[in-house]
Design a protein around this ligand. Structure first.
Ligand SMILES: O=C(O)c1ccccc1NCC(=O)[C@H](O)[C@H](O)COP(=O)(O)O
Length: 232
């Protein structure tokens, strides 16, 4: 079954509703020196969200949008997510980061965002796949906002090539919602699909809230399409 990954959770009630709606992975932005301020979640709230997710078997993801490796390790050790997602424009996880993560944080897997901005993305994906546990292919918005949260799709032919080339799970992100998730799965046949903007309501002050009926529709369509295509 294709995994559904839902970003950006901002509080406990929302996390519970997103999991009830069918999310297999939930992602959020822990308090840190990078990222959009309105999305950052305090550690005590994350503890409660992750405990409930672990009870349900839902995978928990902490995204890192900064470039300070020591800060990242502090956060990973404090929160113990199932997956750490590296998505800052100024830092890319390397072999040394992966080795340290697997040694010091054995319960946490590594997901590196791949900016799909042209054919060069395939070469980067091949390199990251040597030491990462997952790749997340995504669209960039601006140099200072990290890889992702753009609400925009990119050239899915490149994602398909990446999925067909690397031997680790690939999650597709960038402008996915209930309107195009089936087409994306049919074309790319990825391990997972991710949604932020199209399953959220964004307010003028930057505050974001999950739109639960849209999350449900996204998850149901993704799961139904993966059953139709017999994707394990
Ligand atoms: O969650 C955020 O605030 C965030 C900020 C900057 C980069 C990524 C971020 N979130 C995680 C993701 O990778 C998104 O879920 C992904 O980019 C999809 O976003 P969208 O295109 O808006 O569906």
């Amino acid at each position: 079954m294709v995994k559904t990954q839902i970003y950006s959770i901002v509080n406990y009630n929302e996390a519970v509703q997103v999991m009830d709606a069918g999310a297999d992975h939930i992602g959020l932005v822990p308090m840190q020196t990078g990222g959009i301020p309105a999305h950052r979640v305090p550690y005590d709230v994350i503890d409660k969200i992750y405990a409930e997710a672990k009870r349900r078997g839902v995978k928990t993801i902490s995204i890192m949008l900064n470039k300070d490796v020591e800060e990242m390790f502090f956060i990973i050790k404090r929160l113990n997510p199932d997956i750490v997602h590296i998505a800052g424009m100024d830092y890319t996880a390397d072999q040394a980061f992966a080795d340290r993560l697997h040694k010091e944080c054995p319960g946490t897997e590594l997901m590196q965002a791949v900016l799909v901005d042209g054919p060069g993305a395939l070469e980067r994906a091949k390199e990251y796949a040597k030491y990462c546990d997952y790749l997340l292919t995504d669209t960039g918005l601006a140099v200072d906002t990290g890889i992702g949260a753009s609400g925009k799709t990119h050239d899915w032919n490149i994602d398909r090539e990446i999925v067909e080339t690397v031997s680790i799970p690939v999650i597709i992100a960038g402008g996915l919602g209930p309107d195009n998730v089936e087409e994306c799965i049919e074309k790319i046949r990825p391990y997972g699909v991710d949604s932020l903007s199209k399953t959220s309501t964004k307010f003028r002050d930057g505050v974001i809230e999950k739109d639960i009926p849209k999350v449900k529709e996204f998850c149901e369509k993704a799961h139904a399409m993966s059953e139709k295509l017999n994707l394990s």
